[in-house]
Design a protein around this ligand. Structure first.
Ligand SMILES: Cc1cc2nc3c(=O)[nH]c(=O)nc-3n(C[C@H](O)[C@H](O)[C@H](O)COP(=O)(O)OP(=O)(O)OC[C@H]3O[C@@H](n4cnc5c(N)ncnc54)[C@H](O)[C@@H]3O)c2cc1C
Length: 426
């Protein structure tokens, strides 16, 4: 096998968001860097972030940032406080990218082009060696004279061996595998010939739609988007304490539900046992009593109409047939003959229309992978794996994930800086 004769200070496996950010910052410290990337070019996932606009960070204070982390809140504290969102903004502004902040503190390049972020990173990586179409296969390790921990001495790839003082795994998760993230980082780590093994928290889909068998019902309102609704997820119909709840916008899809609040909920519930029950409150701003009074008023107004034609003031047209179907009331029933019992059923459907959630969408379609390298085996200050002397983990390969809004890219950048700072200090 061909061998790169040069010995580098640092070998980075993966030229994605975290790997490129690490490389750029290592070069600033005067260290020699090689990036091993299995694709023909870097940043394939970065290119599609924020619908091609790259929501690179969230301009909120570090404490608020941590609230948006789902897994790894405690672990990420040090990295986020040491390298908070404003430092990311500073980095890109200094690299010549003009930024703008949109609703919810979401930061984007002013050009709305993720490609500009990749170009800026590549420019900042000038001086690093890039090995493209080179897939990392396994590490070679040996005993270490300077420490009790074994040391990685080489990375074997499908093209050559790479030698470095330190190795950074920046291979991402397993979602959107066409971008290059197929879980190689987990395999590389698990297959290390160590007595105590690195462990992987099983990867799960996060920030993704939820699947529901109810979507196959004939009147299910596929394509309908609802604003200002609330969704709560319960372990069963009998539970009254939700596992998670959110308010905002949602969407009915041909396979279940999606939209902003569903993406959030998917991250909060993906470690629960499925099936789960999703309860949709169509009128979260109104109490049952107020809504009942509203129904009575509308029924008085439309007393000579059929039920299916009497709910337009309350609901979008395409939802009415499905909602009535779920109550079991005949849609043609005249409003003036609706019983109190039937009105109660309508009220219950309006305040808690339930759906059986069978699972999250497939992991390959998830925006984020939840799960990854177990955090107890990584030092949160340096991102150094605790079972080896010179192996670091950054970005989505770790068991960390956050909600939408630029938090996940910031995690990639902050963990990269934690690792490179520690490496530079060695
Ligand atoms: C559709 C979509 C939109 C998103 N939008 C946003 C957003 O707007 N804001 C936000 O904060 N987050 C967003 N994210 C999440 C964000 O993109 C990721 O969290 C981030 O890219 C993770 O960075 P990473 O460096 O850990 O992994 P990645 O960016 O996935 O990079 C991993 C790299 O490693 C390479 N690699 C893998 N295995 C090997 C191997 N064996 N050998 C060599 N190279 C290898 C891959 O080819 C890849 O280039 C989005 C994700 C998706 C899928």
């Amino acid at each position: 096998m061909e061998s790169k004769n040069k010995k580098y200070s640092v070998c980075i496996i993966g030229g994605g968001a975290s790997g490129l950010f690490a490389a750029a910052n290592l070069l600033k410290k005067g260290l020699s860097v090689v990036v091993c990337e299995r694709n023909a070019k870097v940043g394939r996932k970065l290119y599609i972030t924020g619908k091609g606009r790259a929501n690179i960070t969230n301009a909120c204070p570090a404490n608020e940032f941590i609230e948006n982390v789902v897994n790894g809140k405690k672990f990420l504290r040090s990295a986020i406080y040491s390298f908070p969102p404003e430092k990311t903004e500073e980095f890109f502004e200094n690299a010549g990218v003009r930024l703008k902040t949109e609703r919810g503190n979401r930061v984007f390049p002013q050009s709305d082009k993720a490609a500009d972020i990749i170009d800026a990173l590549l420019k900042a990586c000038k001086g690093a060696d890039f090995l493209f179409e080179t897939r990392a296969l396994r590490f070679r390790i040996s005993e270490n004279e300077d420490s009790d921990l074994p040391k990685v001495i080489a990375l074997e790839t499908d093209k050559c061996d790479i030698f470095a003082d330190s190795y950074i795994i920046a291979t991402g998760g397993v979602s959107y595998p066409l971008t290059g993230s197929t879980g190689d980082g987990y395999r590389l780590t698990c297959e290390l010939p160590l007595i105590q093994k690195y462990e992987i928290v099983p990867p799960r889909a996060a920030l993704c739609p939820l699947l529901s068998k109810d979507s196959s019902a004939e009147l299910y309102p596929v394509g309908l988007s609802l604003k200002n609704v609330a969704c709560a997820v319960f372990k069963s119909e009998r539970d009254n304490k939700p596992v998670a709840r959110d308010e905002g916008e949602m969407l009915f899809t041909d396979k279940g539900v999606s939209g902003p609040i569903i993406l959030t909920l998917s991250s909060l519930i993906n470690r629960e046992a499925f099936p789960l029950v999703l309860s949709l409150d169509l009128k979260p701003a109104l109490t049952r009593e107020v809504l009942d009074a509203r129904l009575l008023r509308d029924f008085e107004l439309y007393k000579n109409k059929e039920l299916k034609n009497a709910l337009d003031d309350l609901l979008p047209r395409s939802l009415i047939p499905y909602l009535i179907f779920r109550t079991g009331i005949p849609p043609e029933k005249p409003v003036n003959s609706i019983t109190k019992e039937e009105r109660k059923k309508l009220l219950s459907a309006l305040k808690g229309l339930t759906f059986t959630i069978t699972s999250p969408a497939p992991l390959s379609e998830a925006i984020i992978t939840s799960g990854g390298i177990t955090l107890t085996q990584v030092d949160p200050k340096t991102m150094r794996g605790k079972l080896t002397d010179n192996l670091y983990f950054i970005g989505e390969v770790l068991d960390v994930d956050a909600l939408t809004g630029g938090f996940n890219l910031q995690i990639a950048f902050s963990t990269a800086v934690a690792a490179i700072t520690a490496i530079a200090q060695r």
